[in-house]
Design a protein around this ligand. Sequence first.
Ligand SMILES: NC(=O)c1ccc[n+]([C@@H]2O[C@H](COP(=O)([O-])OP(=O)(O)OC[C@H]3O[C@@H](n4cnc5c(N)ncnc54)[C@H](OP(=O)(O)O)[C@@H]3O)[C@@H](O)[C@H]2O)c1
Length: 374
Amino acid sequence: MFSENDHAAMQRALALAAQGMYLTTPNPRVGCVLIKGGQIIGEGYTQPAGQDHAEIQALKDAAARGVDVSGATAYVTLEPCSHFGRTPPCADALVRSGVARVVAAMEDPNPAVSGRGLQRLRDAGIDVRCGLLEKEARDLNIGFVSRMTRGLPWVRVKVAASLDGGTALHDGTSQWITGQAARDDGHAWRARACAILTGIGTVRDDDPQLTVRAVSTPRQPQRVLVDSRLEVPLDARMLARDSGDFAKPVLVFCAIDAPERRAALEARGAEVIVLPNARGKVELRQMIEELGRRGINELHVEAGFKLNGSLIREGCADELLVYLAPRLLGDAQGMFHLPPLSSLRDAPAFRWHDVRQIGDDLRLIARRQQADPA
Ligand SMILES: NC(=O)c1ccc[n+]([C@@H]2O[C@H](COP(=O)([O-])OP(=O)(O)OC[C@H]3O[C@@H](n4cnc5c(N)ncnc54)[C@H](OP(=O)(O)O)[C@@H]3O)[C@@H](O)[C@H]2O)c1
C-alpha cells in the first residue's frame, strides 16, 4: 500500500516532528511534508501550544516558496485535527489547499475525535491512507498517546546505577556514579518531559535543581515533589524560581494538611496538594492521575530507591531508563525498594526496548509489559 517514496517522505515528516521534541507540550509533536512531482514543496512541525500545527507550517512554507500545493501529497505523522481548539482545524486547511492525497502515520489517539479528521478529508474527495510508520509515530508521542488513551502520563523512571545495582552509598552520596555523557543524555530526557518528579529523600541528600541544563531547551519542565509531611526546606534549590524560566509553580504532593507550612511554600511560589494514603504517605496513583488531568504527557522521575520502589509497587512506572556504570558499589542503596517475593511469578516484569552505550556507560530502556501503548 505504501511505496519507498512514501516511506522516505514519512521518515522526513517524523524527523521534522522530532524537532518539536522540547516545544509542543501538552500538544503532540507532529511533522508534515508536502510532496509534488517527487519534490518537497513545503514542510513544517508543530509549534508551541496555541501556535501553528505542522500542516499549517508546511502550507505556509509552500506559499513562501511560491509553489501551488494543489494535487500534492501531504505526509503527516498524526491525523490532522478536525476541531477548533486553540487553532482552527488543519483538515479544513488541507482541503482548501487542494492536496490530492494525505498519508497519516496514525489516527488521533483521543477517542473523542479519532478518525474524524481523516473522514473530513475523505468527504472532500481526498485519497486518504493511514498507518505508515505508525509504531515510530506512536513512540514519538508516547506521553500524549498515554494521556489520551488512559488519562495518565507516561511515567519514565530514570536511574543511574553501578553494575551491581547501587544508586547511592549509605551516607547518601550518589554524585556521580555515571559519566558526563550519560548525565548529559539524562538531561535530554528531562527536557522532553512535561514534568520532573522527585522525593523528599533526594531533596534532603542532593538538593537537586531539577532543571534542564546540559541541552538547550525553550522551556523548563514543571517540577514535582513527593513530600508526605511538607518537610522540604524553604531554601531547597528545586523551589528556586531564578534557575530558569518557570511558567508553572512547583507542585508539592503531601499527606497532611499543615496550613502554616502550606502558606510558607505557597509564598515561595509552590502549589501544595494533599493526597494521603492509608499509610500516611502520598497516594501515588491519584497523584499520577492528577498530573494527567493537568496535561502532563511524559513524567520523568529522578528519585531514590524508596519512591522508585513505591511507584513500581503501585503499578505507576511504565518505563525504566537505567544508566549502568561499569563499577561496583558493593553494599549500597539499590534501585527499587521492594518487599521480598515468595514466587518469581510475582516479579514485576518489563521487556527491553532499547540498549546502547553512552560514553563509558550502558543505557537500558525497559517497558512494563502491560503498559506499552506504542
Ligand atoms: N542514582 C540515582 O539515579 C539517584 C537518583 C535520585 C536519588 N538518588 C539517591 O537516593 C537517595 C535518596 O533516596 P530516598 O529513597 O531516601 O529518597 P526518595 O525516594 O527521593 O524519597 C523518599 C521519600 O519519599 C517520601 N514518600 C512520600 N510518599 C511516598 C510513597 N507513597 N512511597 C514512597 N515514598 C514516599 C517518603 O518520605 P516520608 O517518609 O516523609 O513519607 C520517602 O522517605 C539519595 O542518596 C540520592 O542521592 C539516586
